[in-house]
Write a protein that binds this ligand. Structure first.
Ligand SMILES: Cc1cc2nc3c(=O)[nH]c(=O)nc-3n(C[C@H](O)[C@H](O)[C@H](O)COP(=O)(O)O)c2cc1C
Length: 301
């Protein structure tokens, strides 16, 4: 059974990774999860400067998921290099660094400074951040912009470059095509969907930031449809994310066209969910006589 996933010039050992922002820097989970069974850890977003993040509450529960507004809280590039990279050295799985910023220069600086470190397997570029220059629309909503930024980042590193797509756009496939044209090795989708919860007694939004990003089971059909559409628009691998709780959910993504998956919110309920998902994918492949992950793509045109 072939479980590796080719992304650019490198291979992930298996298709089941943990989603950015939901697994810290990995070390927090070392005692709870067998990290050697993970296809990859996608790190919390890294920005050039340290960010304290938004006021609390930053995460609230919704009927079928979570609404978060963390505000990209992170230790910043300098402390990431001195404190977090050394931890990755002992990890038995690839670490993909999730990169965020408020302008092109921020994204480029993170990739440029991290590229010499072997501990960094590759990059996942978070395009859901607001682009202040372009009127606070997310970076990921303008195809020409995505192509240009991807091209710049591509020029800075030969390592796997994964562009993470926001679902908060009219046509996600056109954004994926732009990433491919700019030289991306893969795209991952989806990031969270914009949502709001209002406290009817206080008569104001529960999150101090007003809106937040919806994740968890509620968004799974949106994610599956995004993967389905994106896969049919590009030739590069698609990594499916959104509401995966168990192996059946992950298999839906693989059948829709994903080459790999990430699990986020589900790890808050069960940190070992990714390990169980991988076991379930293997059992399904055995039962169905599938020899490689590509075989999942034979069924749905
Ligand atoms: C608390 C929290 C923090 C997140 N932080 C990031 C982040 O820093 N960068 C990023 O690209 N996505 C971030 N995400 C989005 C997830 O990586 C993922 O795309 C999304 O939650 C959908 O997957 P899920 O339904 O399995 O959680 C975050 C999600 C949550 C719930």
């Amino acid at each position: 059974m072939e479980l590796t996933v080719q992304i650019g010039t490198k291979k992930l050992p298996n298709p089941t990774g943990v989603a950015s922002g939901t697994f810290g820097y990995g070390s927090e989970y070392e005692e709870l999860v067998d990290l050697s069974s993970l296809g990859a850890i996608y790190s919390k977003a890294v920005t050039p400067e340290a960010r304290p993040g938004n006021d609390i509450p930053r995460i609230i529960e919704t009927p079928a998921g979570l609404l978060n507004s963390i505000g990209l809280a992170n230790v910043g590039l300098e402390r990431f290099i001195s404190e977090k990279l050394p931890l990755f050295r002992r990890f038995p799985c690839p670490v993909v660094v999730n990169v965020a910023g408020k302008n092109d220069e921020d994204y480029c600086r993170v990739v440029e400074e991290l590229d010499e470190f072997d501990e960094v397997w590759g990059y996942e570029i978070n395009l859901s951040c607001p682009n202040v220059k372009e009127g606070c629309l997310a970076f990921g909503s303008n195809p020409a912009y995505v192509e240009g930024l991807t091209r710049k980042l591509r020029g800075l590193s030969p390592k796997p470059m994964i562009i993470k797509l926001t679902p908060n756009v009219t046509d996600i496939a056109s954004i994926a095509k732009a990433a491919e044209a700019g030289g991306a090795d893969a795209v991952s989708c989806i990031n969270t969907l914009v949502g709001m919860v209002i406290d009817i007694h206080k008569k104001k939004p529960v999150l101090p930031a007003g809106t937040g990003g919806l994740s968890g089971p509620a968004i799974k059909p949106v994610g599956v449809a995004a993967v389905y559409r994106v896969k049919r628009a590009v030739g590069i691998p698609v990594i499916g994310i959104g509401g995966i709780q168990n192996a059946e959910d992950a298999i839906e993504y693989l059948l829709a066209g994903a080459s790999a998956v990430q699990i986020g919110t589900a790890t808050f309920v069960d940190p070992a969910a990714p390990v169980k998902v991988l076991a379930g994918i293997k059992a399904y492949m055995k039962e169905e006589g599938l020899e490689s992950l590509k075989d999942f793509h034979r069924y749905i045109p």
